[in-house]
Write a protein that binds this ligand. Structure first.
Ligand SMILES: Cc1cc2nc3c(=O)[nH]c(=O)nc-3n(C[C@H](O)[C@H](O)[C@H](O)COP(=O)(O)O)c2cc1C
Length: 368
């Protein structure tokens, strides 16, 4: 039904307008108690065997909403109602900013992909912190806060901007993510070099500990799929050295590989980050590489191109404790979370593993 609706309605609309429309419906539905209870019962049924723990946080399952969908923390309960076991809000920047001029989001329907150059449009760390502070949660869910650099802040002053966001947001975050991998903020991805990343992560860690003295807020870094393999290794080593809690792999790609011939060539040429099915192979490859390097010392979050339960399962076997998705939600609609959970539970049941945690990294650990 959703697919028909998508073809008849959403596909004829500008993608960003369709996003806002869907968003408004989700937010409206969550305000009506009977409706939200009903929707959550249908779309987010719990499977006990999928219960997951990562960096000391307990979740109903491993499947979360990737950053970028709820940039301003306005639909956490709505997304939880749709079956996401954790919701990563942001990217939030130190200061509010409008993002890039529109049009900046494109659908490559035959490839089940998106290209975006949103450019961190968001309300800024102060407004989002206030929103999180005054929020009365309806559903219990883990909230990750993903932070990035304000566009006008020079690269050399990036750390101060991240620290500002950390000071405002860490107290409201179940976990914090340093995003250095969006292709849509000039120079941002240079921060992935270990020389830039070491002082940045150290400064954010110190700021989080200073601002939230009673709790060690888990700190993760989100990386690009376009890093060379040796740079992936370098980030992995640095993460272990600094005692980071996790690595999220991956963000969108600037490559245009894995696309068929059916998507309009003009769309394929749009500048920005490519997400969805064409990203699947590289994201999985980066994840495997990370797991081979860090093993169980750091939590890995697999994201990029996940379409269905089989993809999510493959990420878990490749080393992911948590998995996330965004683009396929646009194409699959509100039943996506339910299908992923059902499929994961079925796979676990017929697998040789007693728990989901036992399955994490099993494919990489296997002797070849
Ligand atoms: C429209 C759009 C906006 C995004 N914005 C952000 C963002 O603000 N911060 C971030 O870390 N990732 C952002 N992402 C990347 C996603 O979180 C995710 O890493 C990527 O899309 C790969 O997952 P997918 O193939 O399931 O979409 C965005 C993705 C899309 C499609």
């Amino acid at each position: 039904m959703y697919k028909l609706f998508f073809r008849l309605v959403f596909q004829r609309m500008d993608p960003e307008r369709a996003h806002h429309l869907a968003f408004r419906w989700i937010r409206l539905a969550v305000r009506v108690p009977v409706l939200r209870t009903f929707v959550a019962a249908v779309l987010a049924p719990r499977h006990k065997e999928l219960r997951t723990e990562a960096f000391g946080l307990r979740m109903h399952g491993p499947f979360g909403l990737a950053a970028g969908f709820d940039k301003n923390a306005v639909a956490i309960d709505g997304m939880s109602m749709l079956g996401f076991d954790h919701v990563e809000i942001g990217t939030v920047t130190g200061e509010p900013q409008p993002g890039n001029p529109k049009k900046r989001l494109f659908r490559l329907v035959p490839d089940r992909a998106l290209i975006n150059r949103m450019g961190f449009n968001n309300d800024g760390s102060l407004a989002v912190a206030r929103r999180l502070a005054t929020r009365t949660p309806v559903f219990r869910t883990v909230v990750g806060v993903n932070i990035g650099k304000t566009k006008v802040v020079p690269e050399a002053e990036a750390a101060e901007d991240y620290v500002k966001s950390t000071e405002r947001l860490a107290a409201h975050a179940d976990y914090l993510v340093v995003n250095v991998s969006s292709p849509n903020t000039p120079g941002l991805r240079n921060l992935q070099s270990t020389e830039a990343l070491r002082p940045l992560l150290t400064a954010v860690r110190e700021a989080a500990d200073r601002t939230v003295p009673g709790r060690r807020v888990p700190l993760l870094v989100k990386i690009a799929p376009d890093l060379a393999d040796e740079d992936v290794d370098a980030v992995a080593d640095l993460a272990v050295e600094l005692g980071l809690d996790g690595i999220i792999a991956t963000n969108t790609t600037i490559a245009r590989e894995g696309l068929g011939l059916a998507s309009e060539p003009a769309l394929v040429k749009e500048a920005g980050g490519l997400s969805g099915a064409p990203l699947r192979a590289r994201s999985l490859e980066v994840l495997r590489r990370l797991y081979a390097r860090v093993g169980d010392r750091i939590v890995l979050v697999g994201v990029g191109g996940i379409q269905d339960a089989e993809d999510a399962w493959q990420r878990i076997l490749a080393g992911a404790t948590l998995v996330q998705g965004y683009s396929a939600f646009v194409y699959e609609g509100p039943f996506w979370g339910r299908a992923i959970h059902k499929g994961l539970a079925a796979r676990l049941r017929t697998s040789p593993y007693a728990t989901l945690a036992d399955a994490v990294g099993a494919d990489v650990r296997k002797p070849v």
